[in-house]
Write a protein of this length. Structure first.
Length: 73
């Protein structure tokens, strides 16, 4: 199972600043719905921010006041 730490580290180390659930799903070999659930859980935990700029598009990013802690592995 992919940890929150792995998802957050991937996002933090990427040149991109925001991600769709599909991008996370492709990178970690998850279903789109599983990636979406994981990302929304990270939003609820205060680790990610999100925006829905279109009817079907949702973007997620590392929350401005959140820093990755290796103890979360």
């Amino acid at each position: 199972m992919i940890s929150d730490y792995e998802i957050l580290t991937f996002m933090k180390q990427s040149d991109d600043t925001a991600f769709t659930p599909n991008e996370i799903a492709d990178h970690f070999d998850l279903t789109n719905s599983a990636a979406r659930r994981r990302l929304y859980n990270l939003v609820e935990d205060g680790k990610l921010g999100f925006k829905k700029p279109g009817h079907r598009t949702v973007l997620f990013w590392i929350a401005g006041d959140y820093s990755i802690d290796a103890s979360e592995t």
